[in-house]
Design a protein around this ligand. Structure first.
Ligand code: GRF
Length: 194
């Protein structure tokens, strides 16, 4: 636990694979005086992840390891998490599935954000599938991570109404805006129960 401004803060790692807008948003929240958490480590499986620039910008320790050899990669990550005294992992657009062993070794303290109203539309291309199905609502969900894809206990969820002529791109954009509100809220909920 890091002590900042007289508060004890939970030390968090964020895992990303792409743009990292959720990482950027969580960083912004972590800098608030009363924030319960601090982001001390950023991990990516993708050397080209744009979001890594936020780690550089805010001088957060970062590591990139390819998942070609998943077992090896996970071993290295676990080592880094321990070394950096990380207490909770937030997946934010992390496109790899973590093994049962990894999750167990980290005591199940891993959460994820998914752009659908789980348990509906697990996996990829959620927005396209939601539109093709003619759903009235979609949304986003923050949940605990288990070894089953997008299936762990739900922490918080936010509904987003579909509009006439919605396409995957503009629906994704509206949902992402809600993700940026939901993730910090859900994280605070988890942290107050730790
Ligand atoms: C988000 O929609 C998230 O729910 C999904 O991937 C996207 C990542 O966006 N898992 P970003 O990299 O945080 O901008």
């Amino acid at each position: 636990m890091t002590k900042l401004n007289g508060f004890k803060k939970i030390s968090i790692a964020v895992f990303i694979s792409g743009n990292g807008s959720n990482l950027k948003n969580l960083l912004k929240h972590s800098f608030k005086k009363k924030s319960k958490f601090t982001i001390n480590f950023v991990f990516s499986n993708n050397f080209k992840a744009k979001g890594l620039n936020y780690a550089i910008q805010y001088k957060i320790k970062k590591k990139v390891i390819s998942f070609k050899n998943k077992k090896k990669a996970e071993k290295k990550i676990l080592f880094e998490l321990k070394k950096n005294k990380i207490q909770l992992v937030c997946l934010a657009g992390f496109m790899k599935i973590l093994s049962k062993n990894f999750i167990k070794k980290f005591n199940g303290k891993i959460i994820n954000i998914h752009p659908s109203l789980l348990p509906k539309y697990k996996g990829l291309n959620t927005h396209l599938r939601v539109i093709q199905k003619g759903e009235k609502y979609s949304g986003c969900t923050v949940h605990f991570v288990t070894d089953k894809l997008d299936s762990g206990k739900i922490i918080l969820q936010k509904k987003v109404k579909l509009l006439k002529n919605d396409n995957p791109k503009n629906l994704a954009k509206r949902i992402l805006e809600e993700e940026h509100l939901l993730y910090p809220k859900a994280l605070n909920k988890v942290l107050s129960n730790l």
